[in-house]
Design a protein around this ligand. Structure first.
Ligand code: SF4
Ligand code: SF4
Length: 78
């Protein structure tokens, strides 16, 4: 599952085959980006709220979460 965001990350991906539905990401995300249903399946209803703190990616025991950052703004290098 992948969801687009409007901020620093391009998308959040959950590998549902690796996810063991422990709920850690749902509990620890400070922005409540994730939700789980009655069976523990995690969805990403609020990807636009993600602040790219990387907690979910670091805490997921099954490495099921991948945060895909946006390419750096080219900005003004000078
Ligand atoms: S990076 Fe932080 S804010 Fe974004 S989904 Fe993961 S825990 Fe939530
Ligand atoms: S922390 Fe990882 S294994 Fe646990 S529910 Fe979230 S995605 Fe699934």
């Amino acid at each position: 599952m992948a969801s687009s965001t409007k901020n620093r990350i391009d998308s959040i991906i959950i590998n549902q085959e690796w996810c063991k539905r422990c709920g850690i990401c749902v509990s620890f995300c400070p922005k409540k980006v994730f939700e789980e249903d009655d069976e523990g399946t995690v969805s990403i209803p609020r990807p636009e709220d993600c602040i790219y703190c990387e907690l979910c990616e670091r805490l997921c025991p099954d490495l099921a979460i991948t945060l895909v950052p946006k390419p750096q703004d080219s900005g003004d290098p000078s």
